[in-house]
Design a protein around this ligand. Structure first.
Ligand code: MIG
Length: 705
């Protein structure tokens, strides 16, 4: 039964609070004194409303508070239904005065009261003392873990739909990408691919030879993701069901019978993933010999794991259902999906004898889900407002430790007008998880269905994503090893600049890129805040230095969205995109060096085989550092313990904000011969381009200008 615990916290001096996903809400948490509290209760809410405090799909009970140059966090570790009330006000504070004769002065200081209330459980709370946001992220990672290192393919573009009908459809869509010269890595199969919603099976008519289909995709160096939901069709002839029933692996009702609910397959039982034995058994279901028709290019999508129960109260499991060790469902509700994803990821690792990184997308999540894969924001709608709100939603999830997150590109429900679809691709290309997806009732939406011009723009957006992958992959390595969120709000990078604290229409991707998606229909211009008075910003595509920082009105066309590189950074890119990440292994690198006010810049490149755990067990990786100082760009090693051989070279370097046309540029490999470098200097943009460098990625070198 419910027992209820709660606690109040007063955050002195703070009036900016963030976190506690997941809500279809703004970045800054709002005062709840005259409305609903923020609710943390994982629910399947189809077409969730914008600006709503109701809990959807996932929960992370972590709240961050920030004031100039000081960040703290509260982690309320409780997985039952939780409400968070927030009240921000100004209070009078006495200021100690210099002399006794002077009367004490008063000033108004902000204060935020936070009240946590949970339906049951114990009070188990962690105060994360910062003092920086990055410290808070690290402290939270010490408790819950860091982002799993994703396989490289999963950072490519994903093409999903409810449903790709059959093997012919899959082949045709796959061929469509080649025909239209658009890169993509993964095609997805939704629930209709199964034999009557029996997960781990195939519809015998539509998918007669799933292995052959996967061999076809493998030859194209692409992957397949299939959906595997947690509800199990109550059908004694379905082995998964009968085994689980015999072993007592289902959640029970209050009378000790297997809990039965309705879901896609009709009457269904729900595996009890809170039981470690069930998780082990479930993980074994992914073994190649058990999961018939699966191959090692097949990866997994866990949906409906709030859990979603049709006809149940609020479409979920009743709270008095009983789990392993007699835990009532109410106690562990918000952990149900977390444990399914854990078991699935474990299964994919185990089927490869511990060698390969898994990829598992989950809809429901909790604190720590970052250790098992990616999350997405569920059933959004094909409207501009949902594109806009996806930015604060993803930033909030990212701050709560889950870097690998994305929203359905195009909007799941309904049909986006072409302009909205284009704008969504352009935003998604600069977000961590990049997948186009659409509902069963929506019209087909493959990127080439909207006329030549829109196809061309979407192609360009996806190609930009692929060219950016070395940088993104390096950011994921930082998330994995140092708990730095890949996508971050401006205030995290500019903690002293109050004007950034509420910004949610643009964001930083790592520390080097500022991205401002276009989220208004027929926009001719957008207002971009380029923060920091001592910063220099460069147009990422045109290389030109922006005028002084501040809020600028930037003209836009449909062709692309504003992206800026921050002075002082070096971004590693590929020189061009190809059909998929695996086709790009040998493509050479370009370094974008953006100079700061001192004409300096630094950046990193992480690389490994992109799919195995050898980077961990055998230290097979390269972690390089690029430094520009006194007109010398040098490449050095960041982590001597890592080694990885690659024939891939740095072919091109572009230095942005270079003062004047140089006389001579030379490249000096560490043990090689100094040679003259071909260069171009553009006086209009001050961009210096060095070509045909052929400098090894895995050795030290210098370029002297
Ligand atoms: O209620 O599997 O959010 O992405 O396509 C619908 C069918 C169930 C909900 C997921 C959506 C998926 C759909 N699922």
């Amino acid at each position: 039964g419910p027992s209820s615990v709660g606690m109040d916290f007063s955050l002195h001096g703070f009036d900016h609070v963030y976190g506690i996903p997941q809500h279809t809400e703004a970045l800054l948490l709002k005062n709840t004194s005259d409305g609903d509290a923020y609710r943390l209760y994982n629910l399947d809410i189809f077409g969730h409303k914008i600006h709503d405090k109701i809990g959807i799909y996932g929960s992370v009970p972590l709240l961050l508070a920030h004031k100039p140059n000081r960040t703290s966090g509260i982690f309320w570790l409780n997985s039952s239904e939780t409400l968070v009330d927030i009240s921000t006000k100004a209070v009078a504070e006495h200021v100690a005065s210099g002399s006794a004769a002077e009367t004490a002065k008063q000033r108004a200081v902000p204060l935020t009261d936070v009240r946590w209330m949970s339906e049951s459980g114990i009070i188990d709370v962690f105060l994360l003392m910062g003092p920086t946001a990055f410290d808070v992220f690290k402290q939270f990672a010490q408790l819950t873990g860091t982002q799993a290192m994703p396989p490289l393919f999963s950072l490519g573009y994903h093409q999903c739909r409810w449903n790709y009908e059959d093997e012919q459809d899959v082949k045709a869509v796959d061929a469509g990408f080649d025909e239209h010269d658009i890169p993509y890595d993964v095609i997805w199969l939704d629930i209709e691919h199964t034999d009557d919603k029996r997960y781990f099976t195939w519809d015998k008519k539509k998918f007669q030879n799933p292995r052959k289909m996967q061999e076809h995709l493998r030859k194209k160096k692409r992957k397949l993701v299939v959906i595997v939901d947690p509800h199990i069709k109550a059908d004694p002839t379905y082995t998964l069901y009968s085994q689980a029933k015999d072993k007592g692996y289902f959640v029970k009702d209050r009378n000790g019978q297997d809990f039965e609910g309705i879901c896609w397959p009709g009457s269904s039982c729900y595996l009890d993933f809170t039981n470690p034995e069930v998780r082990k058994w479930y993980a074994d279901q992914f073994a190649f010999k058990t999961y018939k028709g699966s191959t090692n290019i097949l990866f997994v999508w866990n949906d409906m794991n709030e859990p979603s129960v049709f006809k149940g109260a609020e479409l979920t499991m009743q709270k008095d259902a009983v789990h392993y060790n007699n835990w009532e469902h109410r106690e562990v509700h918000n952990l149900y999906g977390f444990y399914q994803q854990m078991a699935t990821a474990e299964g994919l690792i185990r089927r490869s004898s511990g060698k390969e990184r898994p990829f598992v997308l989950t809809r429901s999540f909790f604190a720590g889900s970052q250790r098992y894969g990616a999350v997405w924001t569920g059933d959004n709608t094909a409207e501009w407002g949902y594109l806009r709100i996806s930015i604060p939603m993803l930033l909030t999830i990212s701050m709560a430790g889950i870097s690998f997150c994305g929203a359905d590109v195009g909007g799941f429900i309904g049909d986006p007008e072409p302009e909205l679809l284009v704008r969504w691709y352009q935003a998604g290309a600069y977000q961590p998880f990049f997948r186009g997806h659409s509902n069963m009732e929506s019209k087909r939406r493959e990127p080439w269905l909207f006329g030549e011009k829109n196809t061309q723009i979407i192609r360009e957006a996806i190609r930009e994503r692929y060219v950016l992958l070395p940088y993104l992959y390096t950011l994921f390595y930082r998330a994995h090893t140092a708990a730095e969120p890949v996508m971050r709000p401006l205030w995290v990078e500019f903690p002293g600049k109050i004007e950034t604290f509420g910004v949610e229409n643009e964001y930083m991707l790592g520390n080097a890129l500022l991205v401002h998606p276009v989220t208004e229909q027929e926009a001719k211009a957008v207002s971009v805040l380029l923060p920091g008075s001592e910063e220099i910003w460069y147009d990422f595509r045109k290389f030109k230095r922006m005028e002084d920082p501040g809020t600028l009105k930037i003209p836009v066309t449909l062709e692309n969205i504003p992206v800026f590189q921050r002075g002082g950074t070096v971004i590693p890119l590929k020189t061009r995109a190809r059909k998929s990440t695996e086709w790009m292994i040998d493509i050479s690198y370009e370094l974008r060096v953006a100079l700061d006010t001192e004409a300096c810049a630094t950046g990193e490149l992480y690389l490994d085989d992109g799919h195995s755990f050898q980077y961990l067990h055998k230290k097979q990786f390269l972690y390089r550092k690029f430094t520009f100082r006194k007109n010398i760009l040098s490449s050095s090693c960041t982590d001597e313990s890592g080694q990885y051989h690659t024939t891939c070279v740095v072919e091109r370097v572009i230095v942005l904000g270079f003062g004047q046309q140089p006389n001579l540029v030379t490249a000096c490999p560490k043990d090689g011969k100094e040679k003259e470098v071909v260069f171009k200097y553009d006086t209009k943009t001050s961009a210096l381009t060095l070509e045909n460098l052929a400098l090894n990625v895995d050795t030290d070198w210098k370029i002297c200008i």
